[in-house]
Design a protein around this ligand. Structure first.
Ligand SMILES: [Zn+2]
Length: 235
């Protein structure tokens, strides 16, 4: 069913190649805010400002995207043929919306997200506020890709996923310049990128190995230039 497969790849661009389990493992690290929505709003506003400035400087149209921070226990219908629930972390091109479950965001913030393929294999650790920020910036990058027309006709996730990691890194570099990053934030993002990497090489949904995802994020962080992310699109 190649049509269905490619539709899934292009339409619901998520952070992982596999479903993650929200909740369970013990070792919590940082206490998340009482509700995640204001934090997610804050990150989104920063990412949005960055892309408005960056695209305007390149003479390109302003970006536009909707968002839905799914409330705990909530289930939202999307135009991508999947519902967004507690574990949601994806961009749906068909309704131009970033979906993030507040339960997911809290679990990631607190370092208790289970089922991450890279982390299960011993790579990285997904925890902290900047791990959550990386997710929002990654999903926003899929919106930028959609508006740039580079998602059309793609059948493999890898090129656009690594490109999105790299573009998230360019935002992180900008946020650093704005004085928005705390000590340890860059490490949190890199550890999260390692944790979400996977080894599902034979799947069209393969998003990149832990080291590939970490390196892509690092490329964006070091360069601060979306152009430096273009080579991933040719993989
Ligand atoms: Zn993605």
């Amino acid at each position: 069913m190649p049509d269905l497969l490619s539709r899934r790849i292009v339409v619901a661009l998520c952070l992982f190649a596999v479903l993650v389990v929200v909740g369970s493992p013990p070792q919590a690290r940082a206490a998340a805010p009482p509700t995640m929505a204001p934090f997610l709003d804050d990150v989104l506003a920063s990412v949005d400002t960055y892309w408005h400035q960056t695209l305007a400087a390149a003479g390109r149209p302003a970006p536009s995207v909707r968002h839905a921070w799914v409330v705990p226990g909530g289930r939202l219908d999307t135009a991508c043929g999947v519902q967004a629930g507690d574990g949601a972390a994806f961009y749906c091109a068909a309704d131009d919306t970033i979906y993030v479950g507040q339960v997911f965001a809290r679990a990631l913030y607190e370092g208790v997200l289970g089922g991450l393929p890279g982390q299960q294999a011993g790579f990285g650790r997904a925890a902290g506020d900047f791990a959550v920020a990386y997710v929002v910036a990654h999903e926003y990058a899929h919106n930028v890709q959609q508006e740039s027309g580079i998602l059309a006709g793609r059948t493999r996730a890898l090129p656009v996923e690594l490109n999105a990691d790299c573009l998230a890194g360019t935002w992180a570099r900008w946020a650093y310049g704005q004085g928005r990053l705390d000590r340890g934030d860059v490490q949190e993002a890199l550890d999260a990128a390692l944790a979400v990497g996977d080894f599902d090489f034979l799947s069209a949904q393969h998003h990149g190995t832990p080291s590939e995802r970490r390196d892509a994020l690092l490329t964006g962080l070091r360069s601060g230039s979306p152009r430096a992310c273009n080579p991933y699109l040719s993989l």
